[in-house]
Ligand binder design. Structure first.
Ligand code: CDP
Ligand code: CDP
Length: 223
């Protein structure tokens, strides 16, 4: 099924946004845009260059001189930072620990929001993040606000990392998620919040398939 529907999925860390968004994109034949990956890529570059994360001017300059691309290569979603494939590296614990500090800078957001709007122009798209329904694509056809309890979100992350053979403490993961959610909700510019016209889905007790079914049903009502 081809379509030019525009869908946004916002919500806290680990709610299942990217998992569900990818599946919806496949089913509807539309593009998936992971905006969190863009903030992560910029954070990785800031860490590599040892930039002072409290210096907003330096971060603004960094955002301006950085090229971030999202590409499908051999069927896999890849994140390119100045043409380098950083898809794996941007998921590191270190990047997760600092990304919300970089993402709260207004000039950084301005730069990335422009890029996100460009990527989404004139096509069917599903975009996930924190401010997509409120700021980036306020005229979207369908807005989802996906949540789950913090225990469940931390459990999902824990399972994911364990499967990859990574050794992490459950409590540390939960603390990192809570701290990041708080920073994202409390920042002055484009904080994480449900758009007034978004539909809230609590996935705490739902499987990926069940969430997918609900989102596809909502899409069909829009088409
Ligand atoms: O996948 P996970 O939920 O861990 O996070 P993500 O979607 O990769 O986003 C990482 C971080 O980027 C978030 O915690 C926010 O600080 C920031 N972000 C944002 O500010 N605005 C967005 N539209 C997307 C992400
Ligand atoms: O993008 P976001 O940070 O919201 O979450 P994610 O990166 O998609 O990670 C969610 C994890 O929870 C994945 O490992 C999913 O397989 C799992 N999960 C889910 O996404 N939705 C459910 N209803 C149940 C589990």
């Amino acid at each position: 099924m081809q379509s030019d529907i525009v869908i946004t999925i916002d919500g806290p860390a680990g709610a299942g946004k990217s998992t569900v968004a990818k599946r919806v994109a496949e089913q509807l034949g539309i593009i998936y845009i992971d905006t969190g990956a863009m903030y992560r890529a910029l954070t990785l570059k800031a860490l590599r260059e040892d930039i002072d994360l409290n210096n907003e001017d330096e971060l603004a300059h960094l955002a301006h001189r950085t090229e971030i691309e999202l590409e499908k290569i051999d069927g896999e979603d890849k994140v390119l930072l100045d043409e380098e494939d950083v898809t794996e590296e941007i998921r590191s614990q270190k990047v997760s620990n600092y990304v919300s500090v970089v993402a709260k800078v207004s000039s950084v957001r301005e730069e990335l929001v422009n890029l996100q709007q460009e990527m989404a122009s004139n096509k069917g798209v599903i975009m996930d993040g924190r401010d997509i329904g409120t700021v980036v694509l306020p005229d979207a056809d369908l807005k989802i606000f996906l949540t789950a309890s913090v225990e469940e979100r931390a459990r999902r992350r824990y399972e994911e990392l364990k499967e990859k053979g990574k050794d992490v403490e459950f409590d540390e993961l939960k603390d990192e998620i809570l701290r990041r959610d708080r920073l994202d909700q409390e920042r002055k510019v484009a904080p994480l919040k449900k758009a007034e016209d978004a539909i809230e889905l609590d996935s705490t007790n739902l499987t990926v398939e069940e969430v997918l079914r609900q989102v596809i049903k909502l899409c069909q009502e829009e088409l």
